[in-house]
Design a protein around this ligand. Structure first.
Ligand code: PLP
Length: 632
């Protein structure tokens, strides 16, 4: 939008001499001194392209302890900004009436605390990319003049510029501290100060995108040795492995009977030994060398692909086009579903109680995550929030990948009921048909969730989904066949057309080839053998059923004791885990560590692996958690 030139501009500028810095290079190194003298301020912020000054004047008004420097090359526009500052009688703002060429000409290293870029010119032509204010060369300058913990906050309504900026952040090896594609309807909306442009365009229904950029050291204590972090958050240690490492150390020092290690996502016997189905063990030991040593086809051996379908579907015969592609664990399945059914910068959607690896898989591939509240106040599956978040994301994305981890959700043990599923199908079918939705049901714990038939009753409902929705199962052999370390699973789609199914097999195979190539042949041969031999299958099923009941007994024991001591749990049905909601899960987990009880803190509570502790410990732990909560 072209701004009309103000007449007698120079004359008018004279009235604002005290707000103007005409020679910013001369101020290099002295800005903080000016901030102290003028406003008694200890921190310094810049807005590059401050326009008519609504943002900078309101920021300065709300933060009198901070000093602001507005930079604007369009002097007519900047006059409006100075008028606002004068009107508010602010002492903590000055303006540079110029375009930036190299910010390091005006500021010394580490001189500024933060930089705001609001609705910068998108300069859409490719040849203008280098001039964009978020081009990597500019980001480099900004971080030269910022203090070590300084951040750049960038807001725009322009999707092209936003996506470009994300790529530039990755290329600059900087970190994304916060990101949203709908600022006005997200957790960061509170306290947001709008620019004139933002106020106008958001009332027209435009989504405002915002990203806060920092040095990667802010989010990782790994330092900057050699690796390219590409905007990813890589913690010093995996949280779960870290806690379970400390638990193992405590066991070595104090004895197994004195320590509760409820961190492990594997089924252990009462003495802490891994339970392996003996029928599966025998089948593994019977493998001939070529049956495990030879490469398997990328999508899996034909026998495995047919067998894993039977394992996943049970008695159900889908009315659709089924595609199967092998993956090393359900993890691989989720990775490649995200790679092929979302775009970089997209958000995937899942429930707030979820396996934390989802976020890492998304982030690893330059996607982000949004969550919906899994439960409402009455403890029911929160279809209203599911609908709200699906709608919200589809307003800003053309495609959406949703992960539902059911039955026997990790970390809560919840399974969606048939009514919950009817709601999910109804909501997804009400979405615009031009939007593409991939619905990934992570069924990692399905065979430990209850009666085989009942837990699969949701499968026929997937056939009712509209054509623009592609249902997939991430079916893992890790738990079902106690194949955790053998890395064996498959992604299974039920498509409405042959073309979509064939494409699924092609793209998922391509991603497999490009990431791990083929999956181990040995476990595929074993699963093929189990499903080709009814007697062996019956034995495997029978053995698993025994362990499932034994696991359920532990879960019920925990539930019973929790009720006795008045410990609130997240709705639990079955599976490896149950969860206890709390305000500060890290603190509760720490407190429990002091009592030699180890659980995993999630965002909204602590997770207890009933799969890895004896029934006696399941009975003991609720009172300890209650004590840790009461000590908060
Ligand atoms: N999904 C959930 C919810 C999980 O908890 C796990 C493993 O712990 C997986 C998927 C994938 O496991 P794997 O890659 O071993 O199949």
């Amino acid at each position: 939008m072209r701004q009309r030139k103000v007449r007698n501009l120079e004359e008018k500028y004279k009235a604002y001499e005290d707000l103007l810095v005409y020679e910013p290079a001369e101020m290099r190194g002295s800005w903080r001194k000016l901030a102290g003298e003028r406003g008694g301020c200890a921190s310094l912020y810049l807005e590059i392209g401050c326009g008519k000054g609504r943002f900078i004047s309101e920021m300065a008004e709300s933060k009198p302890e901070c000093f602001f420097v507005g930079v604007e090359g369009n002097r007519s526009v900047m006059l409006r900004a100075m008028e606002k500052v004068r009107e508010k009688e602010l002492r903590n703002v000055v303006f540079i009436p110029d375009f930036i060429v190299d910010l390091t000409d005006w500021f010394t290293a580490g001189e500024a605390d933060g930089i705001y870029l609001n609705f910068s010119d998108p300069l859409p032509k490719n040849y203008s990319a280098k001039k964009r204010l978020t081009h990597r060369s500019k980001l480099k300058q900004y971080f030269r003049v910022l203090r070590p913990d300084g951040v750049v906050t960038f807001k725009t309504d322009n999707t092209g510029l936003f996506n470009f900026t994300l790529r530039e952040i990755y290329a600059s090896d900087l970190a994304i501290l916060e990101m949203t594609r709908d600022l006005h309807h997200c957790e960061y909306s509170e306290g947001n100060i709008m620019t004139e442009y933002e106020a106008k365009f958001s009332t027209l229904g435009e989504n405002i995108k915002r990203v806060v950029i920092g040095r990667k050291e802010r989010i990782s204590n790994m330092g900057n040795e050699f690796a390219a972090y590409n905007g990813r958050v890589i913690p010093a240690e995996d949280k779960i492995f870290g806690i379970s490492g400390r638990a193992k150390k405590a066991i070595a020092e104090k004895g197994r009977e004195n320590v509760i290690n409820a961190t492990i996502g594997a089924l252990l016997d009462d003495e802490g030994n891994l339970i392996v189905l003996s029928s599966v063990d025998a089948a593994v030991k019977a493998l001939r060398p070529a049956e495990y040593a030879e490469y398997a086809p990328i999508a899996g051996t034909p026998g495995f692909r047919s067998a894993i379908q039977k394992a996943a579907f049970g008695d159900y015969t889908p009315n659709g086009y089924v595609g199967v592609v092998a993956s090393p664990g359900g993890t691989g399945s989720l990775r490649n579903a995200i790679a092929n059914y979302t775009c970089p910068g997209d958000k995937i959607l899942t429930h707030d109680w979820h396996w934390t690896t989802y976020k890492n898989i998304a982030m690893e591939q330059f996607r982000d995550e949004e969550t919906f509240d899994m439960f409402d106040d009455s403890g029911s599956f929160n279809l209203a929030d599911f609908e709200y978040k699906v709608k919200k994301l589809l307003r800003i994305q053309d495609r959406l990948l949703i992960i539902l981890n059911t039955p026997a959700n990790n970390p809560t043990g919840y399974s969606l009921s048939d009514e919950d599923w009817d709601g999910v199908v109804r909501i997804l079918n009400s979405m615009p048909e031009e939007k593409k939705i991939a619905l990934v049901v992570d069924v990692a714990y399905i065979d430990f969730a209850g009666d085989e038939k009942k837990v699969r009753s949701f499968l026929p409902k997937l056939e009712d989904l509209n054509e623009n929705i592609l249902p997939m199962l991430a079916y893992s052999a890790s738990k079902t066949f106690t194949f955790y370390g053998c890395r064996c699973a498959a992604t299974i789609c039920i498509a409405k057309s042959e073309a979509v199914r064939d494409e699924f097999v092609r793209v998922m195979s391509f991603s497999a080839r490009a990431s791990w190539s083929n999956c181990p042949r040995g476990p595929q041969t074993v699963i093929d053998r189990i499903y080709s031999d009814p007697a062996l299958l019956a034995k495997v099923d029978e053995e698993r059923k025994g362990f499932r009941n034994f696991l359920l007994q532990r879960g019920r024991a925990f539930e019973e004791e929790a009720a006795k001591v008045g410990l609130r749990m997240v709705p639990f049905r079955a599976g490896f885990f149950c969860s206890v909601p709390c305000e500060d899960p890290d603190a509760v987990s720490k407190k429990l560590e002091e009592m030699d009880a180890f659980v995993v803190p999630f965002t909204k509570g602590v997770r207890v692996s009933v799969a890895s502790i004896s029934e006696a410990k399941c009975r003991k732990l609720p009172a300890m958690i209650k004590a840790a909560l009461d000590a908060e």
